[in-house]
Design a protein around this ligand. Sequence first.
Ligand SMILES: Cc1ncc(C[n+]2csc(CCOP(=O)(O)OP(=O)(O)O)c2C)c(N)n1
Length: 422
Amino acid sequence: MPVIPDLEIDGKPYRHQPDGRLVRPFLDGLEATLFGARLELARRYAVANDLNRITVRTADDDRVGLVAAGKTYLDLRQALRQLGLDDAELGRRGVRLLELGMVHPLEPSIVDSFAAGLAEIVVVEEKRSFIEAAVKDRLYGRAGAPLVTGKVTPDGQVMLARSGELDPDIIAQAIAGRLLAHGDFPSVRAWLDRAKPRRKRISLPLLARTPFYCSGCPHNTSTRAPEGSLVGAGIGCHAMVLLMDHDGPAGSSRFGEIVGVTQMGGEGAQWIGMAPFLERQHLLQNLGDGTFHHSGSLALRATVAARVNVTYKLLYNSAVAMTGGQQAIGLRSVPEITRMLLAEGVKRIIISTGEPKDYRRVALPRTVSRCGAGGADRAGAGDSRRGAGRHGSDPRPGMRDRAAPQTQTRVGAGAEHSGDDQ
Ligand SMILES: Cc1ncc(C[n+]2csc(CCOP(=O)(O)OP(=O)(O)O)c2C)c(N)n1
């Protein structure tokens, strides 16, 4: 059971008062408790609940301390096992271990107790030196404070990279040198000698397998782009174009030359900033129908307002496919979407479908063209299983059983179109 620490601050129990008025002067009080009372109570909570633990400590004359948190702590323990250092051997050789369960705010009393008497603390953490900086912050300027290392050795050599991930082998290699700087570690020396001939990693002859659409998914064809087109990727299954066959000139492929990817709902808006600085006149932008109804319509509105030249390929599969085939919230039928788009000021709309006959008796705005897209744009098998029957009796085109052929809508936004947007 969680232990509630002493909550008294300035002589009375602290009770947090949230305030929805996020403007000054109300923010001043919130800001003060954010960095004051609330962090202080978090520190007290860490102590009361033993969140940070010194897991190995034997003597006051321990020399080296190792600090890590979470998954990296487990990797560190494995690295130590590889180096032949179990708890008993660590104790004999004067090594202390601190496992942090709460990395922010760093609780100072545990750092003080851990650091007492040590010559060096090595912080093992992935990415930037977050814990290392906090430990230094606590100990800097103190008489007899240990050296604190992590990202670099005391002479400035890279010890633990700031990028990528750490694994036990990398950690073993990094801490071996620091341990040997403080004493005799026979098992570490033996590991280094043994490891030398094997240090070169063997790469297995694995086949690179590019992720691709489910067979039958309309994205298989809908994401194809004319040679040389600039294409904006987006959020959804179609984001896989980022990973596909980019061995043509300038990283191009049959899915176009990808010039970026936005957050969900930003699709195409990047062109507003890019277009004035590029000679190319036109962007082809992939956009899922789930995303369009969620927020992508706002990006489209922005591109119209900015009068930039974008052709959106609105991929209408009646599903939020990538996250599991959920129903797109607020999904409109294709005819309804065409009217929404015209109201937004879109200049030209083409409906490209495997089932043109679905549209024969459908009233569409005069400026909308239809074209057959062969039998290629069918909903994926995964989608049809999950969604079968959900729209089964819906008479509106593009809102039927997902096992049935579906529709893509191509939308030209903006003032002008160059020749390559057809
Ligand atoms: C703001 C936000 N919410 C949720 C997600 C998670 N997410 C990733 S892909 C996706 C589905 C996109 O569906 P759709 O636009 O229909 O494209 P499809 O997967 O069908 O190609 C969602 C919801 C996200 N990336 N960003």
